[in-house]
Write a protein that binds this ligand. Sequence first.
Ligand code: ATP
Ligand code: MG
Length: 269
Amino acid sequence: MIKLSSDPSIEIHDMTVSYNRKPVLWGVDISLPKNQIISIVGPNGAGKSTLLKSIMGLIEIDSGYIKIFDKSLNEIRHKVSYVPQRESVDWDFPASVYDIVMMGRYQYMGLFRRASKKDKEIVLDSMEKLSIASLKNRQISQLSGGQQQRVFLARALAQQADIYFMDEPFSAIDISTENAIIELFKEMVKLNKTIIVVHHDIYSVKNYFDWTVMLNMRIIASGPTNQVLNAENFKETYGSHLNILTEVSNIVKKERIPIREKKLYKKKK
Ligand SMILES: Nc1ncnc2c1ncn2[C@@H]1O[C@H](COP(=O)(O)OP(=O)(O)OP(=O)(O)O)[C@@H](O)[C@H]1O
Ligand SMILES: [Mg+2]
């Protein structure tokens, strides 16, 4: 089921994306609602990060178009915030927690990037919301994985965007922090924000997200979470991988038999 939203935050039409001419996403046709917490789920390699990177203009798309609040990315870039997947960030970059969160304010500053009183207040408030204010002078390379992740979320928050794209924001984060961040997302939605999250834990999708996109190189389903999370869609999204696993284990089993037979034969000798 692919449900369209009548007043979309994101609209993608007939999009195909490739790496080295090999398509990894094709025929993507979705429109996502505003003011909701939305998840994108699918197995490893399904193209979830590629989808976000395409929306953020970090990868050139082969065909189709993407609109954000009915505009092109360039027209609306300052309203859009993106938190990349943890593995793709250079954590040795020499900067303090405060510096990184302040980067969220750069778009509001002039050429010389002088932070105003308001910028400083927002940075402090964002750090407090993610419980990292006490770490503000630490270098990011000296933080734990979960702390680093929270720094990036605080930077996104300081940006005061209208739409947030977050690639696996809960990786490396403990369950109580995860719950606190979900509460924060709910507060943000009340302030008319739209939050789109690539999420890995299929079991918590039902509790966290209003709308869910199921992806495996193409869109399997997109709609209200309780309508799309069913066995059929689940199988279509993850099934081929499960089948591959079964096939692999069958092959391994078959190969084991002659090995055992050889051993038995040797023993008899
Ligand atoms: N820079 C790249 N060059 C070539 N192939 C790539 C590149 N980045 C990703 N791919 C391939 O594109 C496909 C989709 O990758 P992508 O990172 O979007 O998946 P994902 O759903 O985010 O996976 P994960 O859950 O592991 O983060 C994969 O097959 C991947 O190997
Ligand atoms: Mg990814």
